[in-house]
Design a protein. Structure first.
Length: 328
């Protein structure tokens, strides 16, 4: 589903960042969850065991830097017309299959709505082709990260001209367009597109008119790690045949040990990377993201069944690396 410099100051920033993470891990009590505090009350829901085993070893991913010149080119490239054309062009050729056997009885149907600030459309190019996915802001210490599916940003090579538009609807950009400045994917995804590693973290740069990081503009979703498989979830995505996001209240469940699934009709291409949110608040788009559409069959071949990689230790490690990378 969807398309596939060091200084003393830098070392000090990295040390301070590492200390903040380590201090959080020390404060955790057995069987409890911890909120890793960051800007604007940012928090990441993790278990004691997960934090203790991962905070000192955030490696295992590959980060692609995007130059300031390339970021400027991205901003110039994505006009309102090109964004609309990307949605249509991708949808014409790649609609998900509709099998003769329909969804299970009681399967809900996604509905259009005007969107929320924490979730948006993710635009990119590969060669001469324009693509369209979904991404969401995730609470972080750096306050500038969004999460999406790895297949949206790497499929043999890194995508170009990646821009995130939170709250995108009917060509409107209520919170601006944010060019991507780093792309972090798991090494296993880059090597073999392992479906159990189909997630990516992107650092975004502020648009003209603001110096604030995105999390202070839109808010963010907490990152849920090892939360289990079965949850009531709200899943938000952008079908690449329309200009409004869709949402669906449904239930996630275990598909395989490293994969989750849910049933809801009308999730087409473009919804890849869409967050699976527990504790969803429709007023501000807050909650906890426990998955993103992707994983098995890059999110699924049927419009009524979608998948996600299960968020465990590899997800947390990559999340930490995406932050450490910026503190160097």
């Amino acid at each position: 589903m969807g398309i596939w410099a060091r200084s003393a100051g830098g070392r000090a920033a990295a040390a301070a960042f590492a200390l903040a993470i380590a201090t959080t891990a020390t404060a955790v009590t057995t069987a409890a969850t911890v909120a890793t505090a960051g800007p604007a009350g940012a928090s990441t829901t993790v278990t004691h065991a997960t934090v203790a085993s991962s905070t000192l070893h955030p490696a295992g991913g590959v980060t692609q830097d995007v130059s300031q010149a390339a970021q400027a080119a991205t901003r110039a490239y994505w006009t309102s017309s090109r964004m609309a054309a990307a949605a249509v062009a991708a949808g014409v050729d790649e609609l998900k299959a509709s099998p003769a056997a329909g969804p299970p009885p009681g399967t809900p149907t996604a509905t259009h709505f005007n969107g929320v600030p924490t979730v948006g459309a993710l635009f990119s190019t590969t060669g001469t082709h324009a693509h369209f996915c979904t991404a969401s802001v995730v609470d972080s210490l750096t306050a500038n990260l969004v999460i999406t599916a790895a297949h949206c940003v790497y499929g043999g090579s890194f995508a170009k001209n990646i821009e995130f538009v939170p709250g995108y609807n009917n060509r409107l950009q209520p919170y601006g367009a944010w060019a991507v400045k780093t792309i972090t994917v798991a090494a296993g995804w880059k090597k073999s597109q392992d479906p159990n590693l189909d997630f990516a973290f992107l650092a975004v740069a502020p648009p003209a008119g603001t110096a604030l990081p995105i999390q202070l503009v839109t808010g963010g979703l907490r990152l849920g790690i090892d939360t289990g498989y079965a949850h009531p979830v709200e899943v938000i995505g952008y079908n690449d045949t329309g200009q409004l996001p869709i949402k669906c209240a449904t239930t996630s469940f275990k598909f395989e040990p490293s994969q989750m699934e849910y049933f809801c009709r009308d999730y087409w291409n473009g919804t890849s990377g869409g967050p699976w949110i527990t504790g969803y608040d429709g007023h501000d788009g807050s909650g906890t993201v426990i998955g993103v559409i992707g994983g098995f069959e890059q999110g699924g071949d049927f419009r009524w069944a979608s998948y996600s990689t299960y968020f465990g230790l590899p997800t947390l490690k990559l999340f930490l690396q995406a932050q450490f990378r910026q503190a160097r």
